[in-house]
Design a protein around this ligand. Structure first.
Ligand SMILES: [Fe+2]
Length: 333
């Protein structure tokens, strides 16, 4: 399954563990913030101890790195706080070292942490996706209206990465001191945040302090929002971001999903029809008759229908239908 809901959580509350996965040299420690136990994809607070040194190499997973404290020698470039790097999977990362030690945020997006010694890119690497920037100094703050409808004024962003296939985003965001927004929101995508400095507050989850983190799956209500002193955070979404706003503190995940489906039905009616009717307008094949028809003679007669494989519901006609449980998708017959 995908990463579970983690919120509230603060990395200051847990100790570092030694990174001892194959390929990584000694001197790397981590705090696991969230982990997809199927793929190994994860977000970690990482400390490189003073004197840490790693040879050039690539990861089988896409990797994002943000320097939070200290200095990192990245090939022939010395980088510091706020430096952001996007390494596509298979990209030959330069030698890295940190004479004084440093603190990083590391995000392995498509698989578990890995490091294969190599000074050349993997043949299938999408090399053009590599980029890096000093996010604190070289990117201006922009209005937070990257998604419509927009968050309240006083929440601004710096876009750091955009995935052209999934529309996943990585960005810095800040809230001004005394920021507030009185509505409740949810999204069709998972949302992640690490608070680099400051605090923010949400009605459901309380105050997120410096070092505070959340991984929030889709459709979970969050807000109203406020920030007393202001905050700077790294935020991410794993697919297209749309802000659904409402004022019902009792709305459930199921209800939020149904409202999102209703919006899709209005905006993209043909796509919606195709999604809910897909694989429903089918003639039953022989294996279906084995499960549904009375057994007569031979070995079939001794087979009892397996209740686990029986249809949970039947469609007299294909196309639009509604399930009370709100799960209109993914039927296999
Ligand atoms: Fe959100």
């Amino acid at each position: 399954m995908a990463r579970p809901h983690i919120e509230p959580f603060c990395d200051r509350d847990v100790p570092f563990k030694k990174m001892n996965m194959k390929g990584f040299p000694a001197g790397m420690q981590y705090k696991m913030l969230s982990l997809d136990t199927d793929t190994g994809a994860c977000t970690m607070t990482v400390q490189l101890d003073a004197g840490y040194s790693q040879k050039p190499g690539f990861s089988w997973s896409e990797l994002e790195v943000l320097v939070m404290e200290g200095e990192l020698q990245l090939g022939n470039k010395k980088v510091g706080r706020g430096h952001y790097v996007f390494f596509p999977a298979g990209y030959a990362q330069p030698a890295m070292s940190s004479p004084q030690g440093c603190l990083l945020l590391m995000m392995y997006n498509t698989g578990e942490p890995s490091l294969v010694e190599s000074d050349t890119n993997h043949a299938l690497c999408r090399v053009d996706r590599f980029h890096q920037t000093d996010s604190y100094n070289d990117v201006p703050w922009a209005m937070g209206n990257i998604a419509k409808p927009s968050v309240a004024t006083g929440c601004m962003i710096k876009l750091l990465n955009f995935n052209d296939r999934t529309h996943a985003l990585t960005f810095l965001y800040c809230m001004t001191p005394h920021f507030w927004q009185d509505n409740i929101s949810y999204h069709d995508c998972a949302e992640e945040s690490y608070h680099l400095w400051g605090d923010s507050w949400m009605m459901q989850f309380g105050t997120v302090p410096t070092g505070g983190y959340f991984w929030r799956p889709a459709y979970i209500s969050h807000g109203a929002f406020a920030s007393e002193r202001g905050c700077v955070a790294l935020g991410r979404v794993d697919s297209k971001l749309f802000n659904y706003f409402h004022y019902n503190p009792w709305a459930t995940v199921d209800e939020n999903q149904q409202r999102a489906a209703a919006r899709l039905a209005q905006r993209d009616p043909q796509l919606y029809q195709w999604m809910v009717s897909n694989s429903h307008n089918h003639p039953h094949g022989p294996e279906d008759f084995e499960l549904t028809m009375p057994r007569m003679g031979g070995s079939l007669a001794s087979r009892e229908p397996d209740p686990k494989q029986a249809f949970t519901h039947s469609h007299g006609e294909g196309g639009h239908h509604h399930h009370g449980d709100g799960k209109a998708h993914g039927h296999e017959h």
